[in-house]
Design a binder for this molecule. Structure first.
Ligand code: GDP
Length: 467
């Protein structure tokens, strides 16, 4: 049925436009996650490890010797920025390795495979080609989906209620005190309010909150300073005359939905076949219960985008297409000794399950994993006061090299999620705070990609069935 699907897609003219009947098949893999979740490092290491597969035993086609080669090609979409693979790889693998620049907007990269068929026919048929189009985009943009079925008045009421008690919002809330939405629009005032609101979102994001929409306020790209980003939630006045501040804010909010959010879903999201959602679960767990609860909500919101039928206009855009596989991956697992990886996976699976229970994903297969796209540590067991402690050793950004113990995750996700809601205990507060590792200096053997944890298993889940 894969072939039938491809044919239907090609004939229907949906999708990338590349899957015309009888041309080489294409998989479009979406890579998302909130800012700093690890998208850039993930894509860079994935591509490097798919080209040089010495560390990819978990990829079945590779283990069976069916991958003849993998190479980069020009991408199909001429107007989408290319993912800057070479610069990112050079940063990670240079003589003074450093982390690459993070994702700021959507970008794309095409990796093509030459594959030998398995089984008896493999030897008779010639090799086939499969294109993997990787689409990198900020998870913040997916959260904007929640704006689509709200009008400005609903959204404003909701945001003001939610942020009322947050310390990060103090500046914005103070700026609101003498705002009269019924007064005529004053552009400098609108701009000042938008700036205050953007500053709030940035601070909230830094404090570990995930519900930071509109997403373009954090990652504006070329829209910075445009009217479509110059609005903020303000209390609804008794009357909203034409030309009033409130009316103009409302108009811009609607323009943001129609001209920013919708085109993103139409042009990028609607074409994705497989999706990986990266989550910095360890970061949130360390930041504390509030951040975990918030991450849980953000993941549920992200998942909403993958539930066809929920949003009418989105269903219209997606047509017959659907995302076939979704992987939730907790990133940076190299901060933990492998003895704790199962716990991390259980946490991410529990976070996902709740959202999943609300509706199935119309047949999409899902999985949860703990991975490190670029392993920056080695494991070490240290004796401490007669006890043994499972540590990881690595070089910090500061240059110091040592073994660290990040603390312990709960052995079942239940307590963590419960405390998250009640807001009491903290997890991972031993050395985690200071554990900002630099990428390790590498001396790669020919045919070997950078070291990772379970990146091969992630790749197998995402694309293995098509290789
Ligand atoms: P993006 O904003 O989602 O593109 O995130 P990046 O890929 O730029 O990653 C953000 C930061 O997380 C990096 O600069 C690293 O500090 C850290 N990071 C990402 N992946 C890994 C990993 O596999 N191991 C470790 N130790 N750190 C990672």
């Amino acid at each position: 049925t894969d072939i039938a699907d491809d044919l239907l897609r090609g004939l229907g003219g949906i999708g990338s436009g590349m899957a015309a009947p009888f041309s080489d098949p294409v998989i479009r893999l979406g890579v998302t996650g909130l800012s700093r979740a690890g998208k850039t490092v993930f894509i860079t290491s994935l591509v490097a490890n798919l080209m040089d597969r010495g560390r990819m035993p978990g990829l079945r086609a590779e283990a069976e010797g069916r991958v003849l080669s993998a190479f980069l090609q020009p991408q199909p979409d001429d107007t989408v920025p290319r993912f800057d693979y070479e610069a990112h790889l050079a940063a990670l693998t240079g003589s003074e390795p450093r982390w690459p620049e993070s994702t700021r907007a959507v970008s794309e990269l095409r990796l093509s495979f030459r594959l030998r068929e398995g089984g008896m026919f493999g030897t008779f048929r010639g090799p086939r080609t499969l294109h993997l189009d990787i689409v990198d985009y900020p998870g913040e943009w997916l959260l904007d989906l929640a704006l689509m079925d709200r009008d400005y008045a609903d959204w404003t009421a909701e945001v003001l209620e939610r942020i009322g008690t947050r310390a990060e919002a103090a500046g914005f809330l103070a700026a609101l005190t003498d705002v009269d939405g019924a007064a005529p629009l004053d552009e400098p005032q609108a701009k000042a309010l938008a700036d205050h609101f953007a500053a709030y979102l940035t601070a909230a994001r830094a404090a570990g909150y995930s519900d930071c929409t509109p997403g373009r306020f954090l990652l504006p790209g070329e829209l910075a300073g445009s009217p479509v980003l110059t609005f903020a939630p303000i209390p609804k006045p008794g009357t909203t005359p034409r030309g009033s501040l409130w009316r103009e804010m409302e108009r811009r909010f609607e323009a943001y939905k129609a001209k920013v959010v919708k085109p993103f879903f139409r042009d990028h999201f609607a074409k994705i076949d497989r999706q990986v959602v990266l989550v910095d679960a360890l970061g949130a767990i360390h930041a504390g219960p509030r951040a975990v609860e918030d991450m849980r909500r953000a993941m549920a919101a992200i998942l909403d985008a993958f539930r066809p039928g929920r949003v009418g206009w989105l269903t219209g855009l997606l047509g017959m297409r659907r995302v076939e596989r979704i992987l939730f991956a907790a990133t940076k697992a190299d901060h933990l000794h492998h003895s704790q990886h199962t716990r991390l996976t259980q946490i991410i699976a529990a976070l996902m399950r709740e959202a999943k229970d609300r509706a199935d994903f119309a047949g999409a297969e899902t999985a949860a994993m703990s991975i490190a796209a670029l392993r920056a540590t080695v494991e070490e067991t240290v004796r401490h006061n007669g006890d043994t402690l499972d540590c990881v050793r690595g070089r910090l950004i500061t240059g110091k090299e040592a073994a660290f113990y990040p603390g312990e995750l709960p052995d079942t996700p239940g307590p963590l999620l419960a405390t998250a809601r009640e807001g009491a205990e903290r997890w991972l507060d031993a050395d985690y705070e200071i554990m900002s590792f630099a990428p390790a200096r590498l001396s790669l053997k020919p045919g070997e990609g950078p070291p990772h944890i379970r990146l091969d298993r992630a790749a197998e889940f995402l694309i293995g069935d098509r290789l």
